[in-house]
Ligand binder design. Structure first.
Ligand code: NAI
Ligand code: MG
Length: 364
């Protein structure tokens, strides 16, 4: 059977950028890499149709396919809805029920956009690193938590808590990724001051024995932040906890430029066919300020599909080819409005960018 893909375009610019991804998926179909694609509603669009941001049928489908590709959810129209049916709840339900505990955020710099970075060009040119953030545990979830009163003042409490098995599974995801990339993994925690950090280092080291080909290093997360801005090309894959990963992945993302360029993936445990449960999505939201105007940059969503090729379907060569096509159109000077900054050039539209990427694939 062909690999299966569930597409959830969502709201705002979600459907606009997903139209361009469909062109890319169709092109791979003509090259001997067909996918069984189904499409469904999520977020505000699902609420409008069924009164819920994700139907049980869609949830069921998401559990069965090889990968989910999501656009974006939300918009001003839904801001006043009750929390239980807000568009974001659709996304949260997918993440929770699929148990997507490993959040992958690449920081990849296309040479043509190196000037966009706030860092020096030689520091970022050619950068290609991946941060794996544990997403379902740690201090954002640990108990006890709350605001209590003690000695006549209020005390805010959160608890950093990780079990061995939670560390073990995210470490395995990160080592598996490292095997598909540069075979280098750096684990970041604060084992100098945190018990959870000591356990983290211990468990990651133990898991590393199953991956003798991967070169494992450890770094304190604060030093990691420094190294990420000083010389980010020293890294390949970084694995870290929920809190540090939140900060480090935002930091790393901005090494390379626009929100319209950033893909992501969230992975869970391997399914019966050996592929991880997976959802791929751009980092950006539904961008209501530009929705419906043909201005959205489809590259973040197209690169999310490239991640699916590499990490769900073992089509690394095809993923390289797609990333090279993106690099080519950028080198040719094509820019959607978000990539133009102060320059006085004319932007291309969402569909012109998608068409140009397919044309570059055709030429490759
Ligand atoms: P946003 O990411 O939608 O937009 C922030 C800014 O970046 C806007 O000026 C937008 O025009 C621009 N932008 C974003 N993606 C772009 C693209 N592909 N091409 C060109 N420009 C792009 O974040 P914002 O404005 O905070 O949120 C808007 C809505 O999206 C809200 O309802 C929010 O809840 C939702 N949201 C959804 C997310 C998701 O579905 N994963 C993530 C973040 C926000
Ligand atoms: Mg964040």
């Amino acid at each position: 059977a062909n690999p299966s893909l569930l597409i959830l375009p969502g709201d705002g610019i979600g459907p606009e950028v997903m139209t361009e991804v469909r062109k890319v998926i169709d092109w791979y179909g003509t090259q001997g890499f067909p996918f069984d694609v189904s499409e469904d509603l999520v977020g505000g669009a699902a609420y409008d149709a069924h009164g819920a941001p994700l139907s049980d049928e869609t949830m069921e489908k998401a559990q069965q396919v090889d990968a989910v590709l999501l656009g974006a959810v939300g918009g001003p129209k839904y801001d006043t809805l009750d929390f239980s049916v807000k568009p974001e709840r659709g996304l949260l339900r997918l993440r929770k029920e699929m148990d997507l505990f490993a959040n992958l955020r690449p920081a990849q710099c296309f040479d043509a956009l190196a000037d966009f970075s706030s860092l020096k060009k030689d520091v970022v040119a050619g950068l290609d690193i991946m941060i794996v953030r544990e997403l379902t545990s740690g201090v954002y979830f640990g108990e006890p938590r709350g605001i209590i009163t003690e000695n006549n003042e209020r005390v805010g409490i959160n608890t950093q808590r990780y079990t061995e098995s939670e560390i073990d599974r995210v470490a395995r995801s990160a080592f598996d990724l490292a095997m598909k990339r540069g075979k280098k993994l750096c684990s970041m925690e604060k084992a100098n001051v945190m018990e959870s950090g000591i356990l983290w280092r211990d468990v990651v080291t133990e898991v590393g024995k199953d991956y003798p080909e991967v070169e494992l290093t450890h770094m304190y997360a604060d030093a990691g932040a420094m190294q990420l801005t000083r010389w980010p090309k020293q890294f390949d894959v970084i694995v870290t906890d929920n809190l540090f990963g939140d900060l480090l992945s935002d930091l790393a993302a901005m090494l390379t430029g626009s929100l319209g360029m950033l893909p992501s993936a969230s992975l869970g445990l391997p399914m019966a066919n050996g592929r991880p449960k997976a959802m791929y999505e751009p980092v950006h939201g539904s961008a209501p300020d530009i929705a419906g105007q043909g201005k959205a940059n489809p590259i973040a969503c197209i690169l999310s599909f490239a991640m699916a090729l590499r990490y769900s379907f073992d089509l690394g060569t095809q993923a390289d080819q797609l990333e090279a096509a993106v690099e080519k159109v950028l080198a040719d000077g094509l820019r959607t409005a978000d990539l133009l900054g102060e320059e006085g050039r004319d932007p291309v539209s969402t569909s012109e960018m998608g068409d140009a990427i397919v044309a570059a694939l055709e030429d490759s």
